[in-house]
Design a protein around this ligand. Structure first.
Ligand SMILES: [Ca+2]
Length: 358
């Protein structure tokens, strides 16, 4: 009885923290938005970027916001991208794999590009072409990459890079966690070689694929359970913060006005968003996860115990809930509760400067 009461109190405490963070509401008034008309672009916030270079493997399912995330990652000198892995998710692997390969060539990311899972660990695939277009990139067609996929599948590449980096490797996971979970299952010693996994996914404030579930979790809840139980330091950047990064078409016009070598891609995706009936702007979910690795103050996190429901056919399948860690424990993740929108937008503007420079 005491235990359940305590758990209730813990949940209330975390809920209280979430309420204080203003989840679900508009950006805090003190967050100046450089991309708004009249925003101050002369004094962009700097945050506190990591010194780097941080060796990373980016696991993704491109994906329109994955494309922005890769573009941001490639523009950040703090990241040493050792490999990019593709997983089915926003579109089938037949699209996300070639998209990852083409994006890396287009953005100048010179690393192995591995294909991974074509289906979740133990369920049918769910894709999201309704939000990302039939090819996953909003119909944007990239040049022939002129390079081939890595000979290793994603899980083997991830393990190899982790061992090679001697415990320093970080994983940035921007799609369903199938590839990462498969690697953890195949290589039981993998956790000792991983410094951190940063994941885009989850929501405590309603879903975007069902009323309760966020897409990346809903796609493969069992994979999330594997990763949450792995003991690897985990930062979770979910809809509670990413939805606050929504950029209207007016915001995007300001962001994209400076021409550069990534403009065709980034503008093409923004133009595609303008044609959607659901949401005419862009929520850069995945890019915020990348930003949090490069410049940690862009999100404020709190230790939490995150739980994922894996109950196919039920209304709560893929739902995530969080409680405060038990006393003296650290929880299974650092959960992002607040976002510094001004800093995030400043990072996006610097990305555009990077591509404008050649
Ligand atoms: Ca994604």
């Amino acid at each position: 009885m005491k235990r359940s009461l305590w758990k209730g109190a813990a949940a209330a405490l975390l809920t209280c923290a979430l309420l204080l963070s203003g989840c679900g509401g508009p950006p805090a008034k003190e967050d100046a938005l450089p991309l708004d008309a009249g925003g101050d672009r002369q004094n962009l916030p700097l945050g506190k970027p990591v010194t780097g270079p941080v060796p990373v493997v980016i696991d993704c399912d491109p994906g329109t916001d994955d494309a922005y995330a890769l573009a941001l990652a490639a523009s950040c000198e703090q990241l040493d991208i050792r490999a990019v892995c593709a997983v089915q998710g926003n579109a089938p692997l037949a699209h996300t794999g070639p998209n990852a390969l083409a994006l890396c060539a287009y953005l100048g990311i010179d690393c192995p590009v591995s294909q991974g899972a074509a289906a979740p660990l133990s369920r049918e695939a769910v894709t999201a072409e309704y939000a990302h277009g039939s090819n996953g990139l909003g119909g944007v067609k990239l040049p022939d990459p002129g390079r081939a996929f890595d000979s290793l599948p994603a899980w083997d590449r991830l393990y190899q890079e982790a061992v090679a980096a001697g415990g320093e490797l970080q994983v940035i996971a921007l799609g369903p966690l199938t590839n990462v979970a498969t690697a953890l299952q195949k290589y039981p010693d993998l956790p000792q070689y991983l410094a951190k996994i940063t994941v885009m996914g989850s929501s405590l404030s309603g879903g975007n694929i069902t009323a309760q579930a966020e897409f990346n979790v809903y796609s493969d809840p069992e994979a999330w359970q594997v990763v949450l139980a792995s003991g690897v330091p985990l930062t979770v950047v979910g809809l509670d913060v990413t939805t606050k990064t929504y950029l209207s078409q007016d915001n995007l016009a300001v962001l994209l006005e400076k021409e550069g070598r990534a403009s065709a891609l980034l503008k093409g995706i923004a133009d595609y968003a303008a044609t959607r009936s659901s949401q005419s702007g862009l929520t850069l979910n995945d890019a915020l996860a990348v930003a949090s690795v490069v410049n940690p103050p862009v999100v404020t996190t709190q230790a939490a115990d995150l739980r994922v429901q894996a109950r196919p056919g039920s209304g709560v399948d893929g739902k995530t809930t969080a409680t405060n860690p038990k006393k003296g424990e650290e929880g299974n993740c650092q959960l992002a509760l607040r976002v510094d929108n001004a800093l995030f937008q400043a990072m996006l503007l610097r990305m555009m400067d990077f591509y404008a420079a050649g």
